[in-house]
Write a protein that binds this ligand. Sequence first.
Ligand code: ADP
Length: 436
Amino acid sequence: MPAGLWRELWIMLGIAALSLLFGEITGRPFLLASVGFGFYIALTLRHLVQLHRWLVVKRDDVPDAGGLWGEVFERIHALARENERREDRLQEMLERFQSASTATPDAMVILTPRHEIEWANAAAERLLGVTMPRDTGQRALNLWREPAFAEYLERGNYNEALETASPAQPAKTLSVRIIPFGSDQKLVIARDITHLANLEQMRSNFVANISHELRTPLTVLTGFLETLKGMEQPGGDALRKHLGTMHEQAVRMSRLVEDLLTLSKLETTPPTRHEETVDVPAMLGGLREMGELLSGERRQHILLEADNDLRLTGNEDELRSAFSNLVNNAVRYTPAGGTIRLGWKLENGCPVFTVSDSGEGIAPQHLPHLTERFYRVDTARSRDSGGTGLGLSIVKHILLRHDARLAIDSTLGQGSSFRCIFPVARAVRSAAERHT
Ligand code: ADP
């Protein structure tokens, strides 16, 4: 029990004892007890008034009151000082955070669960056009009207950054990332990557230009070599063999140039807005024939199982290019007599094109890298079979342009399966041409 409380109890006991004593002498114990306790209550009220005044005025000096009241005053004073120290520390941290966020070149914006702007740093004004405090409470999508950003914000999956034009300076390219935190709040970080985007554009233009420039001379070379091969050669078999090799290499170079051109076209042009209903079953029939032609002597069994009513909204040329790359790979990486299955059907409402083969298979560590440019599990094998190392990269780009994804399953020695999974909304039932 605090010492002050003892003191208060002694005072009350003293008042009671004195009232009883003098009450006995004067014959009025109740009157004297009332006077004694009235005095005690008046004293307590005085301390209360003192406490109230002290709390309101917030003076530094502690009121002079002994006993329990003195202890209460001291305790409140200590708590108030501790709070002040904590506030100072918080203020200091806030100032440090604010100067760090002002110094950072990346735009930072905090959004509420309803996507309203709660806080933004200085760079957010330059890159995102958010001015504080004017835009506090403003809905983010009222300021950033770019559809790609709206779609990204609503998507809820922020594993990958979004590349988009700056709403404040359209010539600038931003890499936008959203980090959810707290109770459904979001931190938007936008980095200026104009320099990188320009470099990427230069690289892409360079590859496109050089491929374009190489195309004509290579066609001429291949044509002449083809003709020369068929002519009677004074140098005999040796020269014919060399001409054969030169022709083979020229054809390989042409294929590489064609694939590079396809890839750079896919990278540099926006996805076609005008899409058509593609008759995939008919296309697969053609691809099966192409596969059999390519298979030639190896006589692989190519089986096709397609839902003939199922069509797809997309770009026919691009889809043919993607699907033929997969069929082509299956034929090239499956031994003679093997089986290749082409499938086209709905899986959980999604249109899926599958190519599975009974080929050599791919070890699991290679699977995540297969769609990278020039990635090959076995370079010599790929070259010998006429590969360029760009096929799956082209497939990935085309699928991305169709909001689809590529799923690869493979077991070494048993075979592989490549599945192109399209979104439900792209499925079309041929009879009524309606979305399923
Ligand atoms: P390439 O022109 O070399 O075939 P791709 O990009 O088409 O290039 O494929 C990348 C690599 O993936 C190939 O080099 C090959 O090692 C592997 N690959 C692709 N398809 C298959 C398949 N059906 N079976 C086994 N390996 C495959």
